[in-house]
Design a protein around this ligand. Structure first.
Ligand SMILES: [Zn+2]
Length: 225
């Protein structure tokens, strides 16, 4: 029987290697090199308490991430932007199915990479219900897990996700998470990713003050309006 760890470290990757589309402002801060990505994966091998996720549905998910995950016997969950599928430099429909066939999990990162705290009702429907529905049709199974764009949420966003029967929502709050929690904090790989970052995040050696601050931030986000 596989032992379920008490807590897990969720990692988030975005684009890797050469960018295949024009980057949005700030997107370069989470874009990493192929060598950085390989070093991160090497550190994850054998760690049952580390989970790997990808956001944004870049073409590098299939072109760069997938073969390197498979080489190392790792699995990951890919949260794709459903409204941007088949756009230049992004995943296409075949790529999404290829990820699934290779044993990877696929979830939704919404429709058009909007800030979910600033949606009107029609946009909220597109970002959550339509995105989950169309992605589910593409992969032939229900999509019930989402990654919140920019990690931007409040009480209303969480209520909308619960109403849409989302079973797990991934944020970008940092730190470790309990494996079964509905809200899953993640740690985003950044452009300056190095050995020190890897050992800090995977080792869970964040100072007590940092951990206390994360708990406070999560509490505020959950209840703010
Ligand atoms: Zn994103």
């Amino acid at each position: 029987m596989r032992v379920v760890p008490d807590s897990v470290v969720n990692l988030t990757g975005h684009g890797i290697g050469p960018a295949g589309h024009e980057l949005a402002p700030g997107e370069d801060r989470t874009w990493i090199g192929t060598g950085q990505f390989e070093r991160l994966l090497d550190a994850v091998v054998g760690r049952a308490d580390v989970r790997i996720t990808f956001d944004d549905g870049n073409a590098s998910d299939v072109d760069i991430a997938l073969p390197r995950l498979l080489e190392r016997g790792l699995v990951a969950e890919f949260f794709v932007l459903v409204g941007l599928l088949n756009a230049p430099g992004r995943l296409d429909s075949d790529g999404v199915r290829e990820l699934r066939r290779a044993g990877m999990a696929v979830g939704s990162h919404g429709w058009a990479h909007r800030d979910w705290r600033r949606l009107d009702a029609a946009q909220a429907d597109e970002e959550i219900a339509r995105a989950n529905g169309e992605l589910g049709e593409l992969i032939g199974e229900p999509v019930t897990r989402v990654a919140i764009p920019y990690g931007s949420y409040d009480g209303r966003v969480l209520r909308r996700l619960r109403y849409a029967r989302v079973t797990q929502a991934y944020t970008s709050d940092g730190g470790r998470a309990r494996p079964g929690s509905w809200l899953q904090a993640r740690n985003s790989a950044r452009h300056d990713l190095d050995a020190a970052w890897i050992s800090c995040v995977l080792g869970g050696t964040a100072p007590l003050a940092t951990r206390a601050r994360r708990v406070a931030v999560r509490t505020i986000k959950r209840f703010r309006r």
